[in-house]
Design a protein around this ligand. Structure first.
Ligand code: KIV
Ligand code: ZN
Length: 525
């Protein structure tokens, strides 16, 4: 037994870089994955699922690199139930100080039908693959995918086989977000009571949010004996997402009176990593999201504000500082100097080298000229733009002027720099954004289809910056781009161009349709 801990200690297993990255359009670059992994490692995540090494060379490279760099966390990779996947996974994670192989197979009737295995054949497969993984690595996690829709007796049988073959963690996935809290607790409690050897392993819970119950199901499982919670930052993940790390951790902290379990997470790092994941994945956090939503600590009604002024605890069950939100939000303006900017950014979790600071300072001053008050959110938006490497961008917006208003047609006069050469066009469209996107297409023809166009006001006021997110798809490759500007149309043009720059890189690096992942969950021998 390698990772069973004190009875009241709950291990946090973060799968933002694997299950989270699986949501279409959330694909992150290599450098972004390394950055997020470093933040997870630093905040005290016990296990980082860094990717699915067989899925692509990019996934393999990211998992290997994260394994080499991580200091505190166990680094885990995912593998289907076959030797080739498991070997590739081991090749990537073996560089870690604490490596883990996570292998899985779908055990419910619907999932057994895909590789067309009988119950006995699948049981043999589980024995062979877990044994193989354990011969490579002494920390092996096994998951019966779609466990919550698997026949109970069969589930007990295959878990026992996995434990006997050497699995040290048994994860119980609610793959389709089907279970409910009481059922989730009962399942874990019964498995721990009924499966021989259960006392020697750690049971984990892995919940999806299709019915909005992922966090409740995970906490119920903990109450019933699970001691590892699988989750993602901001609840990122396929369909409705996964259990959100910040929700589980803060619920255990705030309601320790009724859920007396501890995690190792430094909660003050939550806000920063939430913002970074939102920026790099292109999945903005909804305003009313628990813990990390913009409104989570906003008190608008008079009665609430009055209560807050007298005693914050009247309407707040946790303090903004607990998740790393500073109390004073408004601090920077056009008279702020470089040192103040550096200190403020450090506060927000960004440590900059001198040359990076120089670039950010220029853009900060440009923003401060247009906008009187610079809030934390403005700086975060500024930073998410600067995380792209200008040297690798083939396209950039040089000039944009739009004509819009009640009289159609609206038009956009656009100059793009394409491979260092300025190109200009005027295009019309149904509104200023449509005209701008048509102009981009005229200068850089492509067949990518727009899947998502989203505008977010970063702060209040008519001079607020808008963060625009654009997601597009071309031949199965899905990319997103984000940009912020006080002018929504300029932000839209920059976001569109940022997505195209990513698409160009993706065309060079990966074959057609690679974002649908080259592997499916179908098992291969
Ligand atoms: O949801 C799920 O079943 C998974 C498995 C691969 C563990 O993510
Ligand atoms: Zn999952």
């Amino acid at each position: 037994m390698t990772d069973k801990t004190d009875q009241d200690r709950v291990l946090i297993f973060d799968t933002t870089l694997r299950d989270g990255e699986q949501s279409p359009g959330a694909t992150m670059t290599h450098d972004e994955k390394l950055e997020i992994a470093a933040l997870l490692d630093e905040m005290g995540v016990d296990i980082i699922e860094a990717g699915f090494p067989i899925a692509s060379d990019g996934d393999f490279a990211a998992v290997s690199e994260i394994a080499k760099n991580s200091v505190n966390s166990v680094i885990c990779g995912l593998a289907r139930a076959n030797f080739k996947d498991i070997d590739r996974c081991w090749e990537a994670v073996r560089h870690a100080l604490q490596p883990r192989i996570h292998t899985f197979i779908g055990t419910s009737p619907l999932h057994r039908a895909i590789p067309n295995l009988t119950m006995d054949e699948m049981a043999d497969r589980i024995h062979d693959t877990v044994t193989h993984a354990r011969n490579l690595c002494d920390n092996v996690q096994w998951s019966p995918m779609d466990a919550t829709r698997t026949e109970y007796d069969y589930l007990c049988r295959v878990i026992e086989i996995a434990i006997k073959a050497g699995a040290t963690t048994i994860n119980i996935p609610d793959t389709v977000g089907y279970t409910a809290p009481r059922e989730s607790a009962d399942l874990i409690a019964h498995l721990i009571a009924d499966v021989p050897g259960a006392e020697d392993v750690t049971f984990a819970t892995h919940c999806h949010n299709d019915l909005g119950m992922a966090t409740a199901n995970a906490l119920a499982a903990v109450d019933a004996g699970a001691r590892q919670v699988e989750c993602t930052i901001n609840g990122l993940g396929e369909r409705a997402g996964n259990t959100a790390l910040e929700e589980v951790v803060m619920a255990l902290r705030v309601r320790n009176d009724i859920m007396p379990y501890q995690t190792r997470i430094d909660t003050r790092k939550i806000m920063n990593i939430s913002r970074r994941v939102a920026a790099v994945s292109g999945f903005a956090v909804q305003f009313n999201k628990a813990i990390v939503g913009k409104n989570a600590f906003a008190h608008e009604s008079g009665i609430h504000q009055d209560g807050m002024l007298k005693n914050a605890e009247t309407f707040e069950i946790m303090r903004p500082e607990d998740i790393g939100l500073s109390e004073t939000n408004l601090v920077m303006g056009k008279h702020s100097g470089r040192a103040a900017l550096r200190a403020k950014l450090k506060d927000l979790g960004y440590e900059l080298a001198d040359n990076q600071l120089k670039d950010v300072f220029v853009r900060f001053k440009a923003l401060a000229d247009r906008k009187k008050e610079i809030y934390d959110e403005d700086l975060v938006a500024l930073m998410s733009e600067s995380s792209t490497d200008p040297a690798r961008e083939r396209l950039s917006v040089k000039f944009l002027r739009v004509i819009c208003g009640t009289e159609a047609p609206q038009s956009a006069d656009l100059t793009l720099s394409i491979d260092g050469v300025d190109k200009q066009v005027t295009a019309q469209g149904d509104g200023p954004v449509d005209a701008t996107f048509n102009a981009v297409k005229a200068l850089f023809p492509h067949t990518a289809r727009l899947q998502l166009y989203q505008v977010h006001a970063v702060t209040e006021g008519t001079d607020a910056q808008a963060t625009v997110t654009v997601r597009m798809e071309e031949d199965g490759r899905i990319v997103s781009g984000q940009a912020a500007d006080t002018d929504t149309v300029v932000a839209s043009a920059k976001a569109y161009v940022a997505a195209l720059n990513r698409l160009i890189l993706r065309r060079e690096k990966s074959p057609l349709g690679s974002d649908r992942k080259e592997v499916s969950y179908k098992d291969v021998s």
